[in-house]
Write a protein that binds this ligand. Structure first.
Ligand code: SF4
Length: 213
């Protein structure tokens, strides 16, 4: 990588970490996916149950298989057919786990964490319930401020997610949010963590590569 690109990225990472820490979050820059997975295994040491949001980023670390092998009780609703009672129960159980793993739609350089959900199992679990939360983000998720975080959701994250779910929403054709009234609309809840939720031990792990939507 060009040394000036690397320098620029490091400025963004360090400013983001400083802001997250100022806002009460634990924040770490991992060198690699492997190091991020090791950090999660360390955080999970005293946890017997682990929930996982619908996240491509966390799955790309290969850490879920390790946690399962380690004997953790896993709440991963992607293991069930969407809309079945088992899948819905699994989403509910994620609010009661020892450790909840997620990514975010955006993390701002001012130290805010922004997510937009359809069901709310992720936004609920991020705010209260699990004893510990780990949020893993690639560099593509970092935005300067809240305005650009919402723009990222509407221009990138939500349309890509709608496409991946094969939704019949206008964004799958336009490529950006049309603030639709579709019954298949996936954008129903917006959550902003301005500061660490009072009763949650929350760690943000930044990985210096593009990951997830
Ligand atoms: S509100 Fe509708 S159009 Fe906008 S991103 Fe969500 S699903 Fe797509």
């Amino acid at each position: 990588m060009d040394e000036f690109v690397k320098k620029h990225q490091n400025i963004i990472f360090q400013l983001t970490i400083t802001s997250l820490e100022k806002n009460g979050f634990n924040a770490v820059l991992a060198d690699s996916r492997e190091q991020a997975a090791d950090l999660i295994m360390e955080i999970a040491k005293d946890c017997s149950s682990v929930g996982v949001a619908g996240t491509h980023t966390v799955r790309a670390l290969g850490v879920l298989e390790k946690l399962e092998k380690d004997g953790k009780a896993m709440s991963d609703h992607w293991k069930f057919q969407p809309g079945t009672p088992e899948e819905i129960d699994c989403r509910r159980s994620q609010g009661q786990v020892d450790l909840f793993l997620s990514s975010a739609n955006a993390v701002t350089m001012n130290g805010e964490i922004v997510n937009r959900d359809g069901c709310g199992n992720r936004t609920n679990a991020l705010t209260f319930g699990p004893k510990k939360v780990v949020i893993v983000v690639g560099k593509n998720k970092i935005t300067p401020d809240l305005e650009s975080a919402i723009a990222r959701i509407e221009e990138v994250a939500a349309p890509r997610r709608a496409i991946s779910l094969n939704r019949k929403t206008p964004c799958v054709k336009s490529g950006y949010c049309m603030d639709c009234d579709s019954p298949e609309r996936i954008c129903r809840i917006t959550s902003i963590l301005h500061r660490r939720p009072m009763l949650t031990d929350l760690t943000v792990i930044i990985i210096p590569e593009d990951l997830g939507y």
